[in-house]
Write a new protein. Structure first.
Length: 375
């Protein structure tokens, strides 16, 4: 497969499909036949436990294993709260390593290449989880708590499950943008009143691709090019930064930020609010068990915990979860979710296309539908 081109990944980890095949070969221990990779072993009992005593048996096994290793991109404050709740309930220590999505991917792959299997559970954005699935670094699991999740949370391969949703919304400074000015459609942003007042996140290619998919690629690309040419767009790196610039007034109106950011800031008294122009795009992060988890009982126990009590904790942290009990909070946006497998297929090209479009330069690559239209 073609891996997403994350800027801070070493070149050795930016894999082509050929290199990906080589990676799988390197992952197998010397002398082990290819068919043995991923086959059942002594630890598999932990993954096959079902029935009313599942939690008890997993907890007993987890306590024998003694600990759990978690790699996560969740903020330190939020994951610490989750870890404390798990440790208090089961008496099993969680050792977590936190890094950016790129670094979680980098570390997991690097350790697998070296046959140094430290991680039991990985939590990261959907594209990272899907990349790990496609490289056979996650294990397909079955949890009774999956049935409680929103259908969009479940993947057909069952190697990871979405936990949280990020809905892209349009945030604005309430002191600089009046309610009577707010656009009702994206086309309204072409009004001259928005000249010099718009901002965008530098790496919102997932949002951009889905907007074009929903608008129609030709129409959507034409709109964004016209928007940049007519009113200009200030490009900033990072959702949190862009959200803070809206609060400060440097960027009066942001084209796309994660909904929880302005929602939290507004609750804290900041001069910020948001709208959700249609189509609204949703993105997820998820959780999966490492293919060679050294602590399988603890890994499955934590996986179950995150789909149940973990989502309750995250909801209290003002996050949107993919649990069925929180469906109404998502339904108000009626989001179209990013398909991580499809996004990965042309990730680098869509990244370049977005950056060139939003910066107002002529694109070096265009989506297939636009090429057809030009002909």
């Amino acid at each position: 497969m073609k891996w997403p081109h994350f800027p801070d990944l070493p070149m050795a980890l930016r894999l082509s499909s050929t290199a990906a095949a080589l990676l799988l070969a390197l992952l197998a221990p010397a002398g082990m036949p290819d068919a043995a990779w991923g086959q059942a072993g002594p630890a598999d009992d932990a993954f096959n436990i079902q029935g009313p005593d599942r939690e008890q048996r997993l907890a007993e096994g987890a306590r024998r294993e003694g600990s759990l290793s978690l790699y996560t991109s969740m903020t330190s404050k939020d994951i610490a709260q989750v870890a404390q709740a798990f440790e208090k309930k089961y008496g099993v220590k969680i050792t977590f390593w936190r890094g950016s999505a790129q670094k979680v991917l980098q570390r997991t792959v690097a350790e697998a290449q070296a046959a140094h299997n430290e991680v039991d559970v990985i939590q990261a954005p959907a594209l990272v989880m899907e990349a790990l699935h496609q490289e056979n670094l996650l294990r397909a699991v079955d949890s009774p708590y999956m049935k409680d999740m929103i259908p969009a949370a479940l993947q057909p391969h069952r190697t990871w499950t979405a936990l949280r949703a990020y809905v892209y919304v349009q945030a604005y400074n309430t002191k600089l943008v009046g309610k009577d000015e707010l656009p009702k459609t994206f086309d309204d942003l072409l009004n001259p009143r928005w000249k010099g007042r718009l901002g965008a996140e530098a790496k919102a290619q997932e949002w951009f691709r889905m907007e074009l998919q929903e608008m129609g690629e030709e129409k959507g690309a034409a709109f964004f090019r016209q928007l940049v040419a007519t009113n200009g767009v200030s490009v900033r790196s990072g959702n949190s930064l862009l959200n803070n610039l809206v609060i400060s007034g440097e960027v009066p109106f942001a084209l796309s930020v994660y909904s929880y950011l302005p929602e939290k800031a507004k609750a804290g008294g900041a001069p910020i609010d948001f709208i959700a122009l249609k189509p609204s795009i949703g993105y997820t992060d998820g959780i999966g068990v490492a293919q060679r988890a050294a602590h399988p009982h603890a890994a499955m126990l934590f996986f179950d915990f995150m789909l149940d009590e973990g989502t309750r904790i995250m909801k209290n942290q003002r996050q949107l979860t993919m649990h069925g009990r929180d469906a109404a909070a998502l339904d108000r946006f009626k989001p179209v979710f990013v398909d991580p497998a499809k996004m990965l297929a042309d990730y680098e090209k869509w990244t370049v296309f977005y950056q060139e479009t939003i910066a107002g330069r002529a694109p070096g690559w265009q989506p297939p539908e636009l090429i057809k239209a030009a002909k």
